[in-house]
Design a protein around this ligand. Sequence first.
Ligand code: 5GP
Ligand code: ZN
Length: 108
Amino acid sequence: MDDCIFCKITSGQQSADVIDEDEKIMVFKDIKPSAPVHLLIVPKKHIASVIETKDEDEELLGGMILKAKDVADSQGLKGYKLVFNVGREGGQLVDHLHLHLLGGWTDK
Ligand code: 5GP
Ligand code: ZN
């Protein structure tokens, strides 16, 4: 997807503050954080939203949650929120699947 900002970030065409990366998933800081720690867990495969996911994406979706857990642990977070905004009515502004990891409100 040539005009997709998250495709540009995951392919290295656009910079981001990358926290973690593997073959399928990249984690980077949200440019406009809504919490002291606000990370985005983003698959490298372009899928527009949860609405567009298929049975074949089951492993990827599970992998996103497991990645969020591992990154939260490495950031020292003992509790956090994981949020998918789905569609415009659900507050989704970037049409590339992503999971918000929000935390860091309390002392560790
Ligand atoms: P959505 O509302 O689609 O669930 O969330 C999209 C998120 O992506 C927003 O929190 C927004 O701040 C973040 N975002 C949008 N553009 C960029 C960007 O170019 N770089 C980074 N790191 N985050 C972005
Ligand atoms: Zn994309």
